[in-house]
Design a protein around this ligand. Structure first.
Ligand code: 3H9
Length: 683
C-alpha cells in the first residue's frame, strides 16, 4: 500500500501518511504529499485540505537514514513551498510529535490544529544540524524570534498548549476527534485569504530588540559550548528578521549544508542510532516474555542506595530499603526526602509528587521484608566477601523468580553469583553517581544470567529513564575499564613533567566538562587514603599529608578561592617534581599533542579490547557509555566513533609511537590493529 493516501470528506481532501514507525519524511512520503496537493488543486470541488498521519505520530522529521546518501527528489523544501502556495487552505492535524521536518510541514500549512498531548519541536540541533526546509525562516515569522530561538537552538519540543500560547498552533481539539475536527476546521477557513507563514511579521521583534540574541547566547552559552549547530541556529533566526524570506531561506540552506557535511553532525547522527541500538540484545528475541517488576528492594541507604531507590520511586514503583542500623536508615531516607524537596523548590516537582514518591518507600532493618520483592539491588561496601554474604542472605529470603542485582562497579558478578543457588537470577546493575540524575546504566550480564532476566532489566531501565548498555563481566566493565588507562597516563604524564593543569586543559579543550585532576579535587583526594601522613607512596599521599585534600579543604592539586575558582599551585608543581626525582623519573617538556594522544588513544585501544573479548555488544555501545557516564563530548560521537573519524591507522601509529610510555600492562588490540591495516572503521 502507498504510504500516502487521500480521502474525500465532501469538499475537503484529507491527505494521510502511513509510514511506520514515526512517519519520517522519506522520498515516497514527500512525493505523496506533492501528489496530494496537486490532486487538491486540480479538482474544483475541493475547497480545503487536511494533512494528517496514521499511527503513533505526525511526521517525526526527515528520514535520518537518507542523510549522507544522494538526494532523491522531490526535496522537502520544494514540497513545502507547494503546500504553502496553495490558495485552498491547508490544515495540519497534529498528534504525537511534529518534529524537525514534521514541524516544518506544519509550518508550511496555513493552519495547525493539535490534540492536547501533541508536541512540536525542531530538534535538528540534537543531530548537529539546523532545520533545512525553511523552518528557521517560517517559525520566527509566526511566533517571533524570541520564542523561535529556544526551539531552533536548544531543540526541546514544546507541548501543544505552549505552542498555542506562542501562536504556533491555531486550535486544540479533542484527543479522540482530531480527524473530524480538523476537517471541520478546514471547511470553516474556505473563502478567506490564506495566511502564509513566510509572510508573517512576528519576526520584527528581533529587529526592534536585537539584544534578545545576546541575552539568549549569554543564558545558554555554557551548555552549548563546543557545538557548531547552535551558533548556526542563532544566525539563521537572526537572518529571518534581517533578510527577505527568499534570502533567509538561502542563508539557512548554506548553514544547513555546511553542518550536514561536517563531522559533528555525522557524530551526533551516529549517536542517535547508537542510543537506540544499545537497547537491543543480540541473540534475545525482542518479544521475549518479561518478568513483572512491581516492587524493588535496595540494600544500603548510602548515597548510592538512596539515589538508586529514587529512580524507582519517581517512576511509581514501591521500594523497600534496608540498612543495618536505624540511624543510617534514618539518615539515608532523610537525604532522599531532602533531594526531592530541593527538586520541588526548583519547580520540577510538586509537593504532592514528593509525598507520593516518599509514600512508596518502606525503610527496614529486616531482610525478611525483602522476601516479596521482584528485584533486589545491593549497594553495599565494595568488597567481595561482604557482597557474597549479602547475596547468600538474599538467596535464602527472596522469593524465587526475583532478579538479584549488584551495583558493583568493578567486582566479578559471576563470583558474586556463586554465593546463591540461582546464578541465572543474578546480574549487575551499575548505576553512576548521582544515581538519581545520571542517565547511564551498565547492565552486567553474568555467565549464567538468564535471557529473561537481562531483557527484563533492560526494559526496566527504560521505564526509569535510563540509557542502558549491556556489558560483560570484566574488571570495571566498559566505562571504568576504559577510564583506568586514561587515569594511568594522566598520572604518568605529570611524573614525566607535564603540568597537571595542562593535562586537565587538554581534556577540557577536547570537550570534557572536567579534567582528571579537577575531578580528583572534587571527589576528595583522601578517598581510600591510608591516613598515615608519614607514609608517602604517591603524589596523592603527599598532598593529603599537607592537608591538601581537595576542594573541601580549599586546596588539592589546585588552590581554591571562596567561589571555588581554581588556580594552579606552584607548590604542587614542585612537590610533583620532587616526587618524580625521588622515584628516578626524569622530567621533560611535554606537548599538548602528546598529552592528548596518551590520554585518549589508550582508551580507544581498551575499547577495542573490550570489543574483541565480547565484553560490549557493539562499538556504538561503548560510545553510549562514555557520552552518558563520563562526559565524553557528544559532538565527537564517543571514543570509538571519534577514532573512526581521525582514522584507526592514526590511533595505532600514535600508540606505537608512545609504546614505551604506556605502562607494562599495555597490550595493543589485535582488532584495532587489523581494522587499521584494512582501513576499516568500528562504526
Ligand atoms: C530533519 O527533520 C531535518 C529537516 O529539518 C530538513 C530536511 C531537509 N528518521 O526513538 P524511537 C526510528 S532532521 C528515521 O525508538 P520513541 C528509530 O531509529 C530529523 N528513523 O521511538 C527507531 O528505529 P528502530 C528531526 C527514525 O517512541 C524507531 O524509529 N527529527 C526517525 O521513543 C522508533 O524510534 C528528529 O530528530 C527519523 N527521523 O520516540 C526526531 N525517528 O525501531 C527523531 C525515529 O529500528 N526521533 N526513527 O530502532 C525522535 O526523537 C523519536 O524517535 C520520537 C519517537 C520522539 C519520534
Amino acid at each position: 500500500m502507498s504510504v500516502i493516501t487521500t480521502e474525500r470528506h465532501d469538499d475537503v481532501l484529507v491527505i494521510i501518511s502511513n509510514n511506520p514507525p514515526v512517519n519520517a519524511l522519506g522520498q515516497a512520503v514527500r512525493q505523496g504529499l506533492a501528489d496530494g496537493i496537486e490532486e487538491a488543486l486540480g479538482d474544483d470541488s475541493v475547497k480545503a485540505v487536511v494533512i494528517r498521519c496514521d499511527g503513533r505520530t505526525f511526521f517525526a522529521g526527515a528520514d535520518i537514514t537518507e542523510f549522507g546518501k544522494p538526494p532523491q527528489g522531490p526535496g522537502l523544501g520544494d514540497v513545502l513551498d507547494t503546500i504553502e502556495a496553495s490558495d485552498k487552505p491547508v490544515v495540519a492535524a497534529i498528534h504525537g510529535t511534529a518534529l524537525g521536518g514534521g514541524c516544518e510541514v506544519a509550518l508550511a500549512c496555513h493552519y495547525r490544529v493539535a490534540v492536547p498531548s501533541a508536541k512540536l519541536g525542531l530538534p535538528e540541533v540534537k543531530l548537529g544540524l539546523i532545520p533545512g526546509a525553511a523552518g528557521t525562516q517560517r517559525l520566527p515569522r509566526v511566533v517571533g524570534a524570541e520564542a523561535a530561538l529556544p526551539m531552533v537552538v536548544v531543540g526541546n519540543p514544546i507541548a501543544a498548549s505552549k505552542a498555542q500560547a506562542i501562536g504556533l498552533v491555531d486550535a486544540i481539539v479533542g484527543e479522540e476527534s482530531l480527524a473530524e475536527e480538523a476537517v471541520a476546521f478546514a471547511r470553516a477557513q474556505t473563502d478567506k485569504p490564506v495566511p502564509r507563514s513566510s509572510e508573517g511579521t512576528a519576526n520584527r521583534d528581533g529587529v526592534e530588540n536585537p539584544a534578545i540574541f545576546d541575552e539568549f547566547r549569554a543564558k545558554h552559552g555554557r551548555k552549548l559550548r563546543g557545538f557548531d549547530a547552535p551558533a548556526a541556529g542563532i544566525e539563521a533566526v537572526k537572518a529571518a528578521g534581517e533578510m527577505s524570506y527568499e534570502d533567509g531561506v538561502k542563508k539557512e540552506r548554506e548553514l544547513f549544508m555546511g553542518l550536514m557535511g561536517g563531522t559533528q553532525s555525522a557524530a551526533m547522527r551516529h549517536y542517535f542510532f547508537a542510543e537506540r541500538a544499545a537497547n537491543k540484545i543480540e541473540g534475545i528475541a525482542r518479544d521475549i516474555e518479561l518478568l513483572p517488576i512491581r516492587k524493588v528492594g535496595v540494600i544500603g541507604a548510602g548515597t548510592m542506595g538512596g539515589g538508586i531507590s529514587m529512580n524507582f520511586l519517581s517512576a511509581g514503583i514501591p521500594v523497600t530499603i534496608l540498612e543495618m542500623e536505624q540511624e543510617a536508615l534514618d539518615r539515608g531516607t532523610g537525604v532522599m526526602r531532602a533531594n526531592y524537596e530541593r527538586t520541588a523548590k526548583r519547580g520540577r516537582m510538586t509537593a504532592e509528587q514528593v509525598e507520593q514518591a516518599m509514600g512508596l518507600l518502606t525503610p527496614t532493618l529486616d531482610y525478611d521484608d525483602l522476601a516479596d520483592c521482584d528485584l533486589v539491588i545491593e549497594a553495599v561496601f565494595e568488597n567481595m566477601d561482604v557482597k557474597k554474604e549479602v547475596f547468600a542472605k538474599l538467596d535464602s529470603v527472596v522469593k524465587q523468580g526475583a532478579l538479584l542485582a549488584s551495583n558493583t562497579s568493578y567486582l566479578n558478578v559471576d563470583e558474586i553469583a556463586t554465593a546463591t543457588k540461582r546464578p541465572e537470577a543474578v546480574l549487575g546493575l551499575h548505576f553512576f553517581s548521582p544515581a538519581n540524575v545520571m542517565k547511564l546504566l551498565e547492565v552486567v550480564r553474568g555467565e549464567k544470567t538468564a535471557d529473561q532476566v537481562l531483557a527484563t532489566a533492560m526494559k526496566l531501565a527504560k521505564k526509569i529513564g535510563k540509557i542502558a548498555v549491556v556489558a560483560g563481566v570484566c574488571d570495571g566493565f566498559i566505562g571504568n575499564r576504559m577510564l583506568s588507562p586514561r587515569q594511568g597516563q594522566a598520572n604518568a604524564l605529570i611524573m614525566e613533567g607535564a603540568n597537571y593543569w595542562e593535562v586537565d586543559e587538554v581534556l577540557l579543550d577536547f570537550g570534557f566538562p572536567m579534567g582528571p585532576f579537577q575531578m580528583s579535587d572534587l571527589a576528595g583526594l583522601d578517598i581510600g587514603w591510608h591516613r598515615d601522613p608519614t607514609r608517602i607512596e604517591s603524589i596523592r599521599d603527599a598532598l593529603c599529608a599537607m592537608d591538601r585534600r581537595g576542594q573541601k579543604t580549599g586546596a588539592g592539586f589546585y588552590d581554591y578561592d571562596e567561589a571555588r575558582q581554581r588556580t594552579p599551585s606552584d607548590d604542587v608543581k614542585k612537590l610533583i617534581a620532587d616526587f618524580a626525582e625521588k622515584q628516578g623519573v626524569e622530567q621533560r617538556d611535554i606537548s599538548k599533542e602528546e598529552i592528548r594522544e596518551r590520554l585518549l588513544y589508550p582508551m580507544v585501544n581498551e575499547g577495542a579490547l573490550i570489543l574483541e573479548e565480547g565484553m560490549a555488544q557493539r562499538a556504538s555501545d561503548i560510545d553510549v557509555v562514555w557520552i552518558n557516564g563520563y562526559g565524553w563530548p557528544l559532538y565527537t560521537g564517543g571514543p570509538m566513533f571519534w577514532a573512526d573519524t581521525i582514522g584507526l591507522d592514526t590511533v595505532v601509529a600514535g600508540l606505537e609511537k608512545h609504546k614505551e610510555r604506556l605502562g607494562e600492562n599495555f597490550r595493543l588490540s589485535q582488532l584495532l590493529k587489523d581494522k587499521a591495516e584494512k582501513g576499516e572503521r568500528f562504526n
